[in-house]
Design a protein. Structure first.
Length: 307
C-alpha cells in the first residue's frame, strides 16, 4: 500500500471523491482504469495506488462490488427486469459471470436472491422445516411489522414535501466506522468560517449505499453541511448537492440506538402507502447536537426521495 503524507492527502482525497461519484453515476458504462484516472486527473499507475490507499479496496474490486450491489437492488425492487438484462446492463459477459460475482458477495445466486427478497415470508423460507418452527417465525415476522407500524405512529410526524435544491460541503466516509472522523474534518473546516453559528447551515448525512445490499464497513456516506452562501472548498472538503424533488419526510426525536428502527419503519410506511423510491439517495438532516439534549436525543428529519 502506498503511504500518503498529510500534505498530499487533501489533493488525493479530492481526486478519489470525484472518481467515486463518477463510478456511481456510470455503473452501466465501460469503467476502465484509463477513463476513471482521467476524471481524477492522475496517471493510471498513480491513481490505482492512490485509490486503494484511500478506500482500502482495489479499483476493479470496488467497481465489481458496486455493480453487484446495484444488481441486488434492482432484483429487490424491479421484478420485471430479467437477470439476462442485468448481466448486459452492468458489464458482465454472461449470466454465469454475473452469478459467480454475485455468489461471492451474497453466497446465493441472483435468482435465489430475487425469490427470497420478493417473498413476504422470506425469513420463513430460510428456516429449516421443523415442527412448529415456520409458525413461530411467521408470528415473529408479523410482530416485527406491527412493532414498526406502532413505532412510527408514536414517534414520527410524516409528510410529503417538495424540496428545493440544497448546496452542501462534504467529507467522505467509507464505512460506518469512519463517519465520525469525516464529521470531525468537516467541523474543522466549517468552524473558522462561522458556519456552525449559522442556523441555516444544518448538518446532513447522505447515504449513497443501502445497508440492505452493502456491508456496514463498506457503505459510502457523505458528512455534509448546508451552505447558506457560495463558499470555496478544496482537498478533503468537496461540494455536492441534493437536487430538488419530492420526498417522504419523517421527523423524529430519537436516541442513537433508534436510527435503524426509524429508517425501517419509514420505508415500511412508504411501501404500505403506495409510494416508490426514486433513484436518488436518502439522507438525514439534524436540528440539534444530541449531546446538549437533556435525554441525549437527536432531533432529526429522515428524507426518502420518491417518484
Amino acid at each position: 500500500m502506498v503511504s500518503i503524507d498529510k500534505e498530499a492527502q487533501a489533493t488525493y482525497t479530492s481526486s478519489v471523491n470525484k472518481a467515486l461519484q463518477f463510478i456511481d453515476e456510470n455503473l452501466d458504462t465501460n469503467l476502465s482504469l484509463e477513463t476513471i484516472s482521467k476524471v481524477a486527473c492522475f496517471s493510471p499507475f498513480h491513481f490505482h495506488r492512490i485509490f486503494k490507499a484511500i478506500t482500502h479496496e482495489a479499483l476493479n474490486a470496488y467497481i465489481t462490488r458496486k455493480r453487484v450491489e446495484k444488481v441486488a437492488s434492482v432484483l429487490m425492487h424491479k421484478p420485471e427486469v430479467s437477470i439476462a438484462e442485468l448481466s448486459l446492463l452492468f458489464g458482465f459477459n454472461s449470466n454465469s459471470s454475473l452469478t459467480r460475482a454475485f455468489k461471492k458477495y451474497y453466497s446465493i445466486s441472483p435468482s435465489e436472491f430475487r425469490k427470497q427478497k420478493n417473498s413476504r415470508f422470506s425469513k420463513i423460507s430460510q428456516i429449516e422445516s421443523k415442527n412448529g418452527q415456520k409458525q413461530v417465525v411467521f408470528e415473529e415476522y408479523i410482530c416485527s411489522i406491527n412493532h414498526l407500524k406502532y413505532w412510527i405512529e408514536m414517534n414520527a410526524k410524516i409528510e410529503i414535501r417538495e424540496m428545493a435544491k440544497l448546496e452542501l460541503a462534504y467529507a467522505t466516509s467509507i464505512g460506518v466506522q469512519h463517519i465520525k472522523p469525516a464529521y470531525d474534518t468537516l467541523v474543522k473546516w466549517a468552524t473558522p468560517l462561522g458556519l456552525l453559528k449559522n442556523p441555516e447551515a444544518k448538518m446532513v448525512t447522505i447515504y449513497h449505499d443501502s445497508f440492505k445490499t452493502t456491508a456496514p464497513q463498506k457503505v459510502r456516506m457523505s458528512a455534509c453541511i448546508i451552505l447558506p452562501e457560495a463558499l470555496k472548498t478544496s482537498g478533503n472538503i468537496g461540494k455536492t448537492s441534493i437536487e430538488k424533488g419530492k420526498f417522504i419526510v419523517g421527523s423524529f426525536t430519537i436516541g442513537l440506538a433508534e436510527f435503524e428502527k426509524s429508517w425501517n419503519s419509514l420505508f415500511l410506511w412508504m411501501a404500505e402507502n403506495g409510494y416508490k423510491k426514486a433513484d436518488r439517495d436518502p439522507f438525514e438532516l439534524y436540528h440539534n447536537d444530541y449531546r446538549s439534549h437533556p435525554e441525549k436525543k437527536c432531533i432529526v428529519d429522515f428524507f426518502i426521495p420518491i417518484l
